[in-house]
Design a protein around this ligand. Structure first.
Ligand code: DUC
Ligand code: ZN
Ligand code: ZN
Length: 479
């Protein structure tokens, strides 16, 4: 059925203007003044903003992790996404060490069939041999994967050591895929965790002490240096410290292709949460990297404003109170993860746009367009133009809401944004040309979400190739 949205203001990463919008067959087919279509379902968007649906480049639905499985699966997690105006998530396939990448990818594709919203996958490189390189090629050429993830932390589990980073970044460069990193020095984390436990520090307050900002700074600098040496681009997920943001800014200033992502949580929550005298509340905030002392928030906002960090995400990885209790006697066993896929846009609008830190157009860039560009979904997604996918959010900048686990769609009993009142909320979310969420009601069905293939991103690879060929070493002619 056709969908006609009338009377609203279109807000994209480049402009804001009043226009009607007609969608059919999952696509935007016409944009203009006073459009009419007799058979269409009409939405009155007077006084509202119409923006590209959010794209969350970092979620973990149904992730098997630290001895349990994340509570939000692809059904509940994408329902929460739609409730918050996000129409596409990029989740992570994380093969166990020695597991075939293709086998793990197929497992995640099976799990994600029940998604209400669109989804795509990064694939993690957790081990290395020639078969991994071969399967990366198959994933890029046949399955629409154009990014690979490397955990520099989680020693004795999924940690990618330097030899793996070098081999995998080299293969990414060959394939035109983007290497991404979780930048924390896993050796230091392991060492500091043991030290904390030896001191009798076994509660959640020890978690941030085992992962200080220098642990992230070291790994960020190392990953960026490795990428620089190989001539590969690099994307740092969940940048949470001034040190890592500085490393990205320095590299960009020196001509390197580096991208940085920041989580809504890291922008607004600080490390005082780990001092909460209620164990469950403190443990509910255990995620990695941890929430940081407040001055990092200021540095992150400045990095967002300066363009050092281009994307916002959530790392949505929901563990309930019972699961968190696995670490009651030992903080290193608390499953790492928090939710946020529903709240990201509202938090960023309220703390970013309402406070004057960013414009509405920059909000669109940060929540949708930049991710679409980096991971090669643009302009199909992340834009409002004829021919683009009809993934949209209708936003009421005047409406307020108090965020709470009591009313969120995630399957867990706590929220890192508990009690925060935000102004500016999504009222209707349109996914693949259909109203998927409207005024508190989920209308999408399980399976409505579509798998989104992503081709390798030619433009920045072409630029890199040119740069690399200019820098080709030449032997000295001694004749
Ligand atoms: N950090 C988390 O908090 N959860 C999942 C994985 C990660 O890196
Ligand atoms: Zn991570
Ligand atoms: Zn993550």
């Amino acid at each position: 059925m056709m969908l006609l949205i009338k009377g609203g203001t279109l807000v994209t990463h480049e402009e804001s203007r009043k226009a009607d919008l007609l969608c059919d067959n999952g696509k935007i087919i016409q944009i203009g003044a006073d459009l009419s279509a007799p058979d269409a379902e009409v939405i009155d968007a007077t006084g509202k903003l119409i923006m590209p649906g959010g794209i969350d480049p970092h979620t973990h639905m149904q992730l098997p992790f630290m001895g349990t499985v994340a509570k939000d699966d692809f059904a509940s997690g994408t329902a929460a996404a739609l409730a918050g105006g996000t129409t596409t998530i990029i989740d992570f396939v994380i093969p166990s060490p020695q597991q075939s990448l293709l086998e793990a990818y197929q497992q995640w594709r099976d799990w994600s069939e029940k998604a209400h919203a669109n989804y795509s996958f990064h694939v993690a490189i957790t081990w290395w041999d020639d078969s991994v390189a071969k399967e990366m090629t198959t994933l890029v050429k046949e399955h629409g994967v154009n990014s690979f993830k490397h955990f520099m932390a989680y020693k004795n589990a999924i940690m990618a050591t330097d030899d793996i980073l070098v081999a995998s970044f080299t293969q990414c460069l060959e394939l035109g895929a983007v290497p991404t990193v979780h930048a924390e020095n896993g050796e230091l984390v392991f060492h500091l965790q043991q030290k904390m436990l030896q001191k009798g520090m076994n509660g959640p307050e020890a978690h941030p002490l085992s992962r200080p900002s220098s642990v992230e700074g070291e790994a960020a600098n190392r990953a960026i240096s490795i990428a620089k040496t190989l001539g590969a681009p690099i994307y740092l997920v969940h940048v949470s410290t001034e040190e890592a943001a500085d490393a990205i800014r320095y590299a960009k200033d020196h001509g390197q292709t580096v991208f940085g992502e920041v989580l809504a949580g890291h922008l607004v929550v600080d490390d005082s949460v780990y001092q909460n005298t209620d164990w469950e509340t403190a443990a509910a905030h255990v995620m990695s990297p941890p929430f940081r002392p407040k001055h990092h928030q200021d540095a992150l906002w400045k990095a967002v404003q300066a363009g050092t960090l281009q994307t916002t995400a959530t790392d949505h990885c929901a563990f309930c109170t019972e699961q968190k209790a696995m670490g009651k006697e030992d903080f290193t066993k608390i499953p790492n993860g928090t939710a946020g896929v529903e709240e990201r846009l509202m938090v960023l609008w309220d703390k970013g746009v309402n406070s004057g830190k960013i414009t509405a157009n920059e909000f669109v860039a940060l929540t949708s367009t930049n991710t679409a560009k980096i991971f090669n979904l643009y302009p199909q997604k992340g834009s409002i133009r004829e021919g683009a996918d009809a993934d949209l959010v209708i936003w009421d900048p005047e409406q307020s809401k108090t965020l709470s686990a009591k009313s969120h769609w995630s399957n867990i009993e706590h929220s890192i944004f508990e009690g925060m009142t935000v102004s500016g909320v999504p009222v209707t979310t349109i996914c693949n040309g259909k109203v998927a969420f409207d005024n508190g009601k989920l209308l999408a069905e399980q399976g409505d979400g579509q798998y989104v293939k992503r081709a390798p991103y030619a433009p920045f690879y072409q630029a890199l190739e040119k740069r690399l060929s200019l820098a080709e070493p030449k032997p000295v002619d001694r004749n």
